[in-house]
Design a protein around this ligand. Sequence first.
Ligand code: BGP
Length: 480
Amino acid sequence: MSAFRFPKHFLWGGALAANQAEGAYLEDGKGLSTVDLLPAGEARRAMMKGEVPSLTPLDGQFYPSHEAIDFYHRYPEDIALFAEMGFKALRVSIAWARIYPTGEDAAPNEAGLLFYDNLFDELLAHGIQPVVTLAHFDVPVNLVGKYGSWRSRELVALFETYAITVFKRYMDKVKYWLTFNEINMLLHLPFLGAGLVFKEGDPIKQIQYQAAHHQLVASALAVRACHEIIPDAKIGCMLAAGNFYPYTCNPEDVFLGMEKDRESYFFIDVQSRGEYPGYAKRFFKDHGLSIEMQPEDAAILKQHTVDYIGFSYYSSRTTSTDPEIIKNMTSGNVFGSVANPYLQKSEWGWTIDPKGFRITANQLHDRYQKPLFVVENGFGATDSILPDGSIDDTYRIDYLKRHIAEMAEAIQDGVDIIGYTSWGCIDIVSASSGEMKKRYGYVYVDRDNEGNGSMKRMKKKSFDWYRKVIASDGANLGGE
Ligand code: BGP
């Protein structure tokens, strides 16, 4: 038993996203979402970056979001399993195109609204708080074709209308909200993050930062609406976090590490501190970017900052100015990183660094002085079913245990952390690869990369382990 007990009100739980779990991609009036255009396999990565050949699904391709794990129909069974583990919170997202199928319909889609009513009721009946992301990598496809998605200012008002609709509808049910999932993803996978499609010769950086400005204003307007409509709710931002280490103490490496961190902090500096930082203004100038802003934007950003900082943490990152060193790259939640010789990697090349979690949490605390909410953390791995039907995912337990232990240290360092929802608490489709094989869950789902399988749910070894973690307020990480 570890000595540290997390506070009683700590929000233990798990996290999912609509497009990776729900399936039912056109059911009950839902419109097509950007993620519904992402096939599994080779073509996926280029599309996520913005090379999108067609705004309709193509014959002969497999699209994992279309059925996903059928959470849309099976959520009562899944929620019962989460309740059995003792979840206090479940992070889900609303698919914008379920509520406004084209993104600009005159009235919301009642069947879509009803689905989330039922989902939230089911959670609340089990004593589980919904933590709801307004946009988790999905934009109604109509808005991509018509306006170029977030490159257009039009999206700001449309998103605000959507946010107001769901705040009003769920004001009695949802008290924790997040605006844009991993908002900094826009710089790395712009179609995934913001529905941006590029043509040859497009000024990519200019378009990305203009789209970022639109999302930042839309986020602030959502904060304003949330505070007005649900005064007892909290609304946060969401950063794909994980600090950059300089490869050496060469000041050039250290400076580059700082710049790399600022690429991500930039978003949260605006959402939490309410204004563009000086380094961003310099970056725009040095790169010849000019961001169009409306006269009222500065005041909107300043007045409607977030209540808490939501973040995902999977790994730290490493950077170097040495051309020889940067030949040895690895992946890590999509952000390129130099391989860190002190650390192991997952099967997918994601660096495993529990201490980095403590470092990242401390830095976010030092920088923003607001509560933090760990809304994603977890270990993507291949699982196999043993002849006796059990699934021994000791490697996942090991990853989670070491990360939760470092989170406990961060809290003892004085960092205010309000909750921990581990990613993919039931196996879902991988965002970056589209695979089912990359599993994060405590609950196994019988479904493979090609869409075969019965969808049957099975408990893994980690299921019981996590149940004990929660039951002991985080004191029992050993599974005794
Ligand atoms: C984050 C996303 C999630 C998610 C997770 C794991 O970037 O917010 O949607 O899937 O990472 O990544 P992957 O599914 O690619 O393993």
